[in-house]
Design a protein around this ligand. Structure first.
Ligand SMILES: [Ca+2]
Length: 1367
């Protein structure tokens, strides 16, 4: 029989899809779950089953009944988009969202709702969530003493900034189960094997907060009451067992084990991946019994290669240690592990110290850990803290700094005597301080996230984050013998400080290796880093080593036999999408200290290790060369203990394999004995090969070039030198030519010492900058820490120094002054921090709500004595409910009056201190007792919300109207017209005070909405003189002064004009001898009164106005007032008053008073036409003159032209033409042709005179035509040319346009039949002609051109004739 839940899901499926299954999953094996999944991908109208259960109908648990009471509406068209988790309201065309959803398409979560069914789901949004959103869900089990199980189906938010808080209880003050953020479960990626959380209190509160930048896909979470654990949300017991619903435990099938039956009993049948068996399966014990040399769940880990194991408890019934993160762990000389402090997410009073006895560490698989809480014997002890450092020295643990539960960061140094088990507060003596002129910074500094290492009786504290000084780049030193605390000056590479890095002491190189962290940047921000530095505790110098490929902070590191082993951490860069950089890393990286090389050791982590490795905030310690990882955070706090056992070098038999080995220890090759040995090979000082090759990494050149100071350049392991003025890779610098610097000493001697530019730029506050030697804080334009200028004797400088630094963010105590000072205010912790310090101050999302905007601060309340009361500012139930920490206490008057109080779903809460040390608890408060008729509301509001001004007697949730005390609105939340004040939650309203010039005022401020245009002032007490309104509104009104003879247009159509119903004008006619014309036009219906008053100025007040027209329509009104009836312009001046009223803006009014003499029309027309005629006449005359002038100009131009032409040299020749016999035709025609060449060429190739031109076919020589056929025209031309005399030019002068030219020829003059010219006469002459150039077909006489086209034989000759250049 299907459960009610399954039935509703089936019903939802039908409702969604009347026509058939919309997606494969609906109705199939997956049952309702597939439907839920589909809805979350965007279809989601089926959200109703759980949401209606969530809708607050607390009296009707069980989803089916609620479901039927709110049948879904079929999708309606009027809404612009789909109404994801809501229904479309057909009347308004808007989506009506189900409770807990908001947005135009009901696609975003919002508000605070209750879910009280036995199964359901919740999500951030359909698609991505939005920035700046807050959503709260309260899951209440309908069954008593039930376990609520949450299953994280999908989770991806912005790492470190967008958190989902999950509380086991009904308020945000209950125990915190998880703070999910970043990539937790997305596609195939998951950090948790069984992604479930169990709430045992009967209710769970989930609160999601996304900040103002970046959003991601968000989450889908399903919940069920009294269900069994499962790795998959759609299967019971991971599909490998059956659920015992009475106990909520799985009965696994024989091949699986684990609480969720998710672990195979014998993975891969105890064989390696290539099916070589390494053990046998013990089916009864459900585990592999491995052969010798193999270990792990599936016996796939070779012991000699290094392996991982999970340390179990000796006695499974013993109490489990509380999970913690950012704690400190260490191993004492007896091999006992000690754990101090850490963030625990609950505020129970606990013991800070845990002692762990680890037995049989190297014996497989019996290694166990026994946890024991250590109660310190002293009365006084440190309060719980995280982010502190702790070191062990001579049976004492020294703990320094850390952030306490109050959120404040400590500078305390405590010592725990391990034998006496008593705490002592160590008061240190001041040693060396950081001094810069008159600024001084002495340790110990309030700090968290630093590291501490003991070297030769000194505790060396590196970096950290201080609320006041920000990201520290200091090295502090505590001398354990002399009790002296110093801040030591360092040299070498200019390092940037930060928190969350790791520090290890390597006893082979005698250096501290500092890797990663979240460090201060040059911009006023902090970034995650991949840098590795070493610090020499004797010389106090920094050296930079090879970078790692990946960036991380809050990881762990241990140094073991020449290697630094790095595990886990937060690798997320501070951007929207992580691109594979995960919030919670499970990476195992190894740095080879000897060879300065990084490599990944990821392949030594077995796939089927039964533990969630990904984490940050954990600790790692070495015990017998085994790395022990404890605690940490991956959304949930961890309390497990994992061991990484290194392998054995002896197994490598050749040099390359030995030097390449990645077995968790450094292996070196003994060349004499051909043996692979563990580093350091003490017995062999020589003959040991440590690294495979020594060549510099390829990127050395670029690494060197990125360094811009001498000191930085020479303080690396990349073989960089300072080559005259830049940093370069050593072989790239010609030492003979250029001065090179290889040591910091060289740089210092040459005056190229550490430039404090890097140091100063990374300090972001006045407090951290001022004491730093070489730096000074400039606050002139852009506040910045800069290198101190040379002219330090400047008078201004001394003014700046001293106590000139403004209060640091950490010193600010309320939201207003915090946000004013470029800081960030954390609302739930009441803390002010630097804007770049969020991740450092709240690495586990402790701040649930923050702001940098003044406007976003909670309303300051009158009750300042309760600084912790974050709910006082909320004055309505709705706003109160939006805060997850607050609830509404209704006073029982049933009118909506109440108070917003701190509380949970059950009752208001109050904070009580618990035995000092900052321990406190939240206990129920009796401020809202039911016995007084009061009622408590957490996820809902009272039905009747009338702000105390009405009650709901007629309808349950509708205020009776009218509301009392001059209030109005749906909930009587505002003052009615004519009244102002704050009516909310019992507030009162006052009447508007507007000098009878307004009927209404702003219902909050009381500013009057004056009804007459021109009256201004909060109480309508004055005229707008700037805009020419004059008068006295208190006694009379304001009038606009109209100037005579002008037409005015008043446009009252702005939104500010909507309150106006009247406008007044007045006018004083000035001319005594002219009548006055009045005209007015109103664009909308309006009434008008017209009055006048005539009286001398001095006693005008006594004389009242006389009515001319009363209550007339002003749509178009014209009137003439004769000069005889009034007295204009003299001492007893008449003034007209126009009152326009009863209109509704927008409108415009056109109004004018004018005094014009009468116009004589006849005279006007005579004058006009005379003038017109005269003008016409003048125009005609001018036109004639212009014509004549133009003609004259043309003629002149012609003369000039002719003159120019005549200037060419020419002579006239008299030619006597004689009769030529027909047989002599050809030769004489040629002569004639030449003689008449000018005329001939002028008409281009056409020669009407020429006989050949007249008879083209005859002219062509039949003989030549036979010779060539139709083919080579060129040959013909040449032939003909040789035969006949053709005129050839002696000069061709092209004209400017290259279309014509002057062609000159020498011509022989006719001789009159004689062989020569008679004596005394010249026989030859030069003749010129204008010829055209270019295509002959385009010429004017194309008749013959066309002919020539017809005759290809002629074409050549003609072309030749016309284009001399073509030959
Ligand atoms: Ca965000």
């Amino acid at each position: 029989m299907p459960s009610p839940w399954a039935w509703t899901l089936w019903w939802g499926c039908l409702m969604l899809n009347p026509g058939g299954p919309p997606w494969g999953g609906c109705g199939e094996g997956g049952g309702g779950w597939a439907m839920v999944q589909a809805s979350q991908r965007g279809l989601g109208t089926d959200a109703t089953p759980t949401l209606s259960g969530a809708a607050g109908a607390g009296t009707t648990p069980g989803p089916s009944s609620v479901w039927l009471s709110t049948p879904p509406t079929p999708p309606a068209s009027p809404c612009p988009g789909p109404c994801g988790n809501g229904v479309c309201d057909e009347h308004t065309g808007r989506c009506q969202c189900f409770p807990g959803w908001r947005g135009r398409e009901c696609n975003l979560c919002g508000g605070k709702i209750k879910l009280n069914s036995t199964k359901g789901w919740l999500a951030d949004a359909i698609g991505n969530y939005t920035v700046d959103s807050k959503c709260t869900w309260l899951i209440e089990s309908p069954i008593e003493n039930a376990k609520i199980r949450l299953h994280i189906k999908e989770f991806a938010t912005e790492c470190g900034w967008d958190h989902l808080y999950i509380f086991d209880g009904d308020s945000v003050f209950s125990d915190l189960k998880a703070v999910y953020s970043g990539m937790v479960r997305h596609d195939r990626y998951q950090i948790q094997r069984v992604p479930e959380l169990i709430g045992t209190s009967g209710s769970m509160l989930l609160h999601f907060y996304s900040d103002v930048a970046y959003n991601m896909t968000g989450f889908n979470i399903t919940f069920s009451v009294n269900a069994c654990p499962s790795e998959r949300y759609d299967q019971t017991c991971s599909g490998n067992g059956s659920c015992d619903e009475s106990t909520g435990e799985c009965r696994c099938d024989e091949d699986f084990k684990g609480p969720a039956c998710s672990i195979p009993a014998c993975p891969n049948n105890c064989a390696s991946l290539d099916n070589v068996p390494h053990g046998v399966c013990d089916k009864r014990k459900k585990r592999c019994d491995c052969f010798s040399g193999w270990t792990g769940e599936s016996c796939s880990q070779a012991v000699s290669n290094g392996y991982w194991s999970v340390l179990t408890r000796d006695d499974p019934s013993a109490e489990v240690p509380v999970a913690r993160t950012s704690h400190a762990s260490m191993i004492d000389e007896f091999g006992q592990m000690w754990v101090i402090g850490g963030e625990t997410f609950d505020h129970q009073p606990r013991q800070m110290v845990l002692k762990v006895d680890i037995d049989n560490l190297d014996e497989l698989p019996t290694a166990t850990a026994n946890w024991q809480e250590v109660k310190a014997k002293s009365n006084k002890g440190p309060s719980f803290r995280y982010g502190h450092s702790a070191v062990i020295h001579e049976r004492k643990i020294y703990m320094y700094g850390g952030t306490m539960r109050s959120g404040h960061t400590s500078k305390e140094l405590w010592a725990l005597d391990l034998d006496l088990l008593s705490w002592d507060r160590v008061e240190t003596e001041s040693g060396q301080c950081m001094i810069n002129e008159d600024h001084k910074l002495c340790g110990p500094i309030h700090s968290m996230g630093h590291t501490a290492t003991v070297v030769a009786h000194r505790m060396i504290v590196i970096f950290g984050h201080s609320p006041k000084y920000g990201y520290l780049d200091t090295v502090q030193e505590y001398h354990l013998g002399s009790n002296e605390w110093s801040i030591v000056p360092t040299s070498g590479f200019p390092v940037r400080g930060g928190f969350g890095h790791s520090s290890v002491w390597d006893e082979i190189t005698n250096k501290i290796y500092v890797y990663g962290g979240f460090v201060s940047n040059l911009a006023p921000s902090a970034v995650i880093t991949n840098e590795l530095f070493s610090f020499d505790p004797i010389l106090k110098t920094w050296t930079r080593h090879s970078f790692s490929d990946s960036y991380r902070y809050l990881h762990s590191a241990v140094a073991s036999h020449g290697l630094m082993i790095v595990f886990g951490g937060n690798t997320h860069n501070d951007t929207s999408f992580s691109h594979g950089a995960k919030c919670f890393s499970a990476d195992l990286l190894v740095y080879d200290i000897v060879c300065d090389k990084w490599h990944s050791a990821q392949d030594v982590i077995p796939k089927n290790l039964d533990v969630d490795l990904a984490r940050y905030g954990h600790t790692a310690v070495l015990k017998n060369d085994t790395m022990l990882v404890h605690g940490g955070f991956h959304g949930v706090l961890k309390n497990d203990l994992i061991a990484y056992h290194p392998g054995d070098c002896n197994m490598f038999k050749n040099r390359a394999a030995c030097l390449k080995s990645k077995v968790g220890v450094k292996c070196v090759w003994d060349t004499k004995r051909d043996q692979c040995l563990r580093h350091p090979a003490d017995r062999l000082k020589s003959g040991v090969e440590t690294c495979l090759n020594h060549e510099a990494p390829d990127n050395s050149t670029s690494v060197c070039q990125s360094l811009d100071t001498c000191t930085a350049c020479v303080s690396t392991t990349s073989d960089c030198v300072w080559c005259h003025d830049h940093c370069t890779w050593s072989p790239a610098c010609d030492e003979k030519e250029k001065r090179t610097y290889k040591r910091t000493v060289d740089c210092r001697e040459a005056g190229l010492g550490t430039t404090p530019k890097e140091w100063c730029g990374a300090l972001h506050s006045c407090h951290s900058c001022s004491p730093k030697p070489g730096c000074s804080w400039e606050s002139a334009k852009v506040s910045k820490c800069r290198e101190t200028r040379k002219k330090t004797t400047n008078v201004n400088h001394t003014e700046e120094s001293g106590n000139a630094c403004p209060a640091s963010c950490s010193e600010r105590t309320n939201c207003m002054n915090c946000t004013h000072g470029l800081c960030m205010w954390c609302k739930n912790l009441h803390m002010c921090i630097d804007r770049n310090a969020y991740l450092a101050s709240f690495p586990y999302g402790q701040c649930m709500d923050w702001t940098t905007e003044k406007d976003d601060c909670p309303v300051p309340s009158k009750n300042e004595t309760l600084p912790d009361d974050i709910c006082v500012g909320y004055r309505t139930c709705k706003s109160c409910r939006s805060n997850p920490s607050c609830g509404w206490c209704d006073d029982g008057s049933l009118t909506g009056l109440g108070t917003c109080m701190v509380g949970g779903a059950a009752s208001p809460l109050k904070r009580v201190n618990q035995g000092g040390h900052g321990h406190f608890a939240w206990v129920p408060d009796d401020q809202c007792p039911q016995s007084d008729g009061k009622s408590w509301h957490f996820t809902t509001c009272p039905d009747c919300e009338c702000n105390g001004h009405s009650s709901c007697t007629v309808e349950k949730s509708t205020c009776d109207k009218p509301c009392d005390e001059f209030t109005g609105g749906e909930h009587c939340e505002k003052c009615t017209k004519g009244y102002f004040g704050d009516a909310v939650n019992g507030g009162s309203c006052q009447a508007c005070q507007c000098n009878n010039q307004a009927s209404a005022c702003n219902h909050e401020t009381g500013k009057c909405h004056c009804t007459t245009k021109g009256i201004i002032g909060d109480h309508c007490e004055t005229c707008d003189k700037v805009n020419h309104y004059f008068g006295d509104p208190v006694k009379d009104s304001c009038f606009y002064h109209l100037t005579i003879d002008y037409q005015f247009t008043f446009n009252l159509s702005k939104s500010d004009d909507r309150h106006f119903t009247a406008i007044n004008f007045k006018n004083d006619p000035t001319k005594s001898d002219v009548d006055v014309d009045f005209s007015i036009t109103c664009s909308v219906p309006a009434r008008m009164n017209l009055t006048f008053r005539h009286a001398p100025l001095e006693n005008r007040k006594q004389i009242s106005e006389e009515q001319l027209y009363t209550d007339v329509n002003c749509s178009t009104f014209k009137e003439r007032f004769a000069k005889e009836d009034f007295s204009f312009g003299d001492a007893s001046n008449t003034t007209f008053y126009v009152y326009v009223y009863d209109f509704e803006p927008p409108l415009w009014i056109v109004i004018s008073f004018s005094q014009h003499p009468k116009l004589d029309l006849l005279q006007f027309f005579i004058t006009f036409s005379t003038c017109f005629l005269a003008l016409l006449l003048v125009a005609a005359v001018l036109w004639k003159i212009k014509q004549r002038y133009d003609r004259y100009r043309r003629r002149q131009r012609l003369f000039v032209e002719m003159e120019q032409m005549a200037s060419r040299p020419f002579g006239s020749v008299l030619v006597e033409l004689e009769h030529i016999p027909p047989d002599a035709k050809s030769s004489s025609s040629l002569t004639g042709n030449s003689a008449s060449a000018p005329s001939l060429t002028t008409s281009t190739n056409l020669n009407p005179v020429s006989p050949s031109g007249e008879h083209p076919s005859g002219g062509s020589n039949p003989g030549t035509g036979d010779q060539s056929g139709g083919g080579g025209g060129g040959g013909q031309v040449r032939k003909r040319k040789r035969k006949s005399y053709r005129p050839s030019p002696i000069a061709l002068e092209p004209c400017e346009d290259n279309r014509a030219a002057v062609l000159s020829l020498v011509v022989r003059l006719p001789t009159g039949g004689q062989p020569y010219a008679p004596p005394g006469y010249t026989g030859i002459a030069v003749a010129s002609a204008l010829v055209t150039l270019g295509n002959p077909r385009k010429t004017s006489t194309d008749v013959s051109s066309q002919k020539s086209m017809e005759d290809p034989k002629r074409k050549g000759r003609k072309s030749h004739h016309a284009h001399p250049s073509d030959i």
